[in-house]
Design a protein around this ligand. Structure first.
Ligand code: AKG
Length: 280
């Protein structure tokens, strides 16, 4: 499928239903993606000098504390593609930057996203936006078509080069030959289902590989492991009332946004790491 704003919505839904992923689509021009990278790298210098709380919350919820991240999460092309697979009512539940520095060993083990998030149901999709190109050489994502139809067991490992929160990986073997390499130009994005087997190799190139993972859900999902959960309404409405709807960020690291992000962090990270001993 060409990276175009006009790809047929029903074709998106068909491919996604069959394979558990679909790509590429263009959200930002090359110039816009370059500008996002420049803004992000300027912000990284600020973050490096900031408090531990700012560093943690920028890592955990960049969309809640940085307006340009929130704007990408509301990008109309991304939202249209997400609505094609989730329907008209969409919440942004979580968001994170996946950065692989040049020539580093860090990789992402085979996993399914929904495994540790405590969410009921499977109406979740990630839009992974390439801020820099994602290539085979710099460790683009790899997807196994059709693997999204059931959840399988995972194991935590002590491999610190596995970038996942619990260094986790699937407890089943994956045939590497089944993987589709998700090569993306800067400014384009892929969609993948929360139960899709996916992974990525280390970055063996001389430049950074930067991706923004936006996690969207429908309001009929719910948090099974806590009395309430939080999300940002990005399309339609939320008739469920199961989520506290978050405001859009007021400025870069605005005190009120940091306070709310801290509340969400305390509620959600307990769930992600439950039953894990010695979490650093
Ligand atoms: O960025 C990567 O290589 C992996 C990202 C990922 O696992 C995800 O977005 O679910």
């Amino acid at each position: 499928m060409e990276p175009t704003r006009s790809a047929s919505l029903s074709k998106i839904a068909q491919s996604y239903e069959r394979d558990g992923f679909v790509f590429p689509f263009r959200a930002l021009t090359h110039g816009e993606a370059g500008a996002v990278r420049a803004e992000m790298e300027a912000l990284e210098r600020v973050v490096a000098e900031s408090s531990e709380q700012v560093r943690t919350l920028y890592g955990a919820y960049p969309n809640m504390v940085v307006p340009w991240v929130d704007e990408i999460a509301h990008n109309p092309t991304i939202i249209d593609a997400v609505k094609a697979v989730l329907g008209p009512n969409v919440l942004l539940w979580n968001c994170s930057l996946f950065i692989k520095e040049p020539r580093t060993p860090d990789y992402v083990g085979w996993h399914q996203d929904l495994h540790y998030w405590g969410l009921s149901g499977s109406s979740e999709v990630t839009a992974w936006v390439a801020i820099t190109p994602a290539t085979v050489g710099n460790g683009c994502m790899r997807f196994v078509a059709g693997s999204h139809l059931k959840q399988v067991s995972h194991v935590d490992t002590d491999d610190q080069t596995n970038m996942l929160s619990r260094n986790q990986e699937l407890a089943v073997e994956v045939d590497e030959a089944d993987a589709t390499e998700v090569v993306l130009e800067a400014g384009t994005f892929s969609l993948h289902h929360g139960n899709l087997f996916h992974a990525s190799h280390p970055n063996r190139s001389d430049d950074r590989r930067i991706g923004l993972a936006l996690r969207y859900i429908t309001p009929d999902m719910s948090q099974s492991d806590a009395p309430k959960d939080y999300a940002t309404l990005v399309a339609g409405d939320d008739p469920s009332g199961r989520f506290e709807l978050l405001p859009r960020p007021r400025g870069v690291f605005h005190a009120d946004d940091l306070a709310k992000a801290q509340e969400v962090y305390e509620a959600q990270y307990g769930i992600f790491f439950q039953d894990v001993e010695n979490v650093a």
